[in-house]
Write a protein that binds this ligand. Structure first.
Ligand code: SF4
Length: 251
């Protein structure tokens, strides 16, 4: 317990973030520029950029942690944060599907079975959530958390994410530096930190790349810019019996 930071210590350290750290925009744009020049298919370029940018986001968090001397207390098998609402846009959903398409067959099939079972088990609760006005209801996160609904990607037996390396930005940027018990005791712990500002640079670089592809008249499976404007819960992008390919056609 002694090594964990208190709420005040976290506040003090993170309050200094902008004095000690500046986001390195070039790292984001270098990823897409590299893929723009690669001699491969547009699908591969998109997927490579997506994976690369996710890595840059995680890398920036590590840089922040090293700069502020922060050590995450999140542990494998601890998944309290996987009960928050995760909302992504259609472009990100399609990129996740494309990435899952490249998973080994066994892993892909396991995910499809899992999604089917998930929607069968939680269908009624998910239905109720469709009516939540996320913009109008400022407490929607709290209401969602009270439902104790696991994420569609969470294996609730092992408590591990089944798509960990391509997990979306909200999961990637949410970290605890306090005693892990705070996540167990509270639905919305005040101690946790979200580096969600990194989303801006990640999406900015993706958007710029798509704009370039659009001018080249080939955005592959992305409907640009429309896909950027459609947002939905993660569980709605991954439904039962959907093979990523079939789902893609219908998206
Ligand atoms: S995508 Fe993975 S890390 Fe993110 S909430 Fe779902 S299970 Fe957790």
């Amino acid at each position: 317990m002694g090594n964990y930071l208190s709420f005040q210590e976290i506040q003090d350290k993170c309050g200094n973030l902008h004095e000690k750290y500046q986001i390195d925009e070039d790292k984001f744009y270098n990823v897409v520029e590299g893929w723009a020049e690669a001699s491969t298919t547009t699908e591969e370029k998109l997927l490579g950029s997506f994976r690369g940018l996710l890595q840059v986001v995680s890398g920036e968090i590590e840089t922040i942690e090293n700069t502020l001397e922060l050590k995450p207390s999140c542990r494998m098998g601890c998944a309290f944060c996987c009960y928050y609402p995760i909302i992504i846009n259609k472009m990100e959903a399609k990129l996740m599907k494309q990435a899952i398409e490249s998973f080994p067959e066994e892993r892909r099939e396991k995910l499809q079975v899992h999604w089917k079972e998930y929607h069968r088990k939680y269908g009624r609760q998910l239905e109720e959530l469709q009516s939540v006005e996320t913009d109008a209801d400022k407490d929607f996160k709290q209401h969602y958390r009270q439902k104790q609904l696991p994420c569609v990607m969470l294996d609730t037996v092992t408590n591990q994410c089944m798509a960990y390396e391509i997990r979306p930005i909200p999961c990637r940027t949410y970290v605890n530096y306090a005693d892990p018990a705070v996540c167990e005791k509270s639905l919305m712990p005040k101690e946790t930190v979200s580096f969600e500002f990194l989303y801006g640079e990640y999406m900015g670089a993706l958007n710029e790349f798509l704009q370039y592809l659009y001018e080249e008249e080939n955005t592959a499976f992305i409907d640009y810019p429309n896909d950027l404007y459609t947002q939905d819960y993660l569980f709605n992008w991954f439904k039962d019996g959907d093979s990523p390919q079939n789902r893609q056609k219908s998206l």
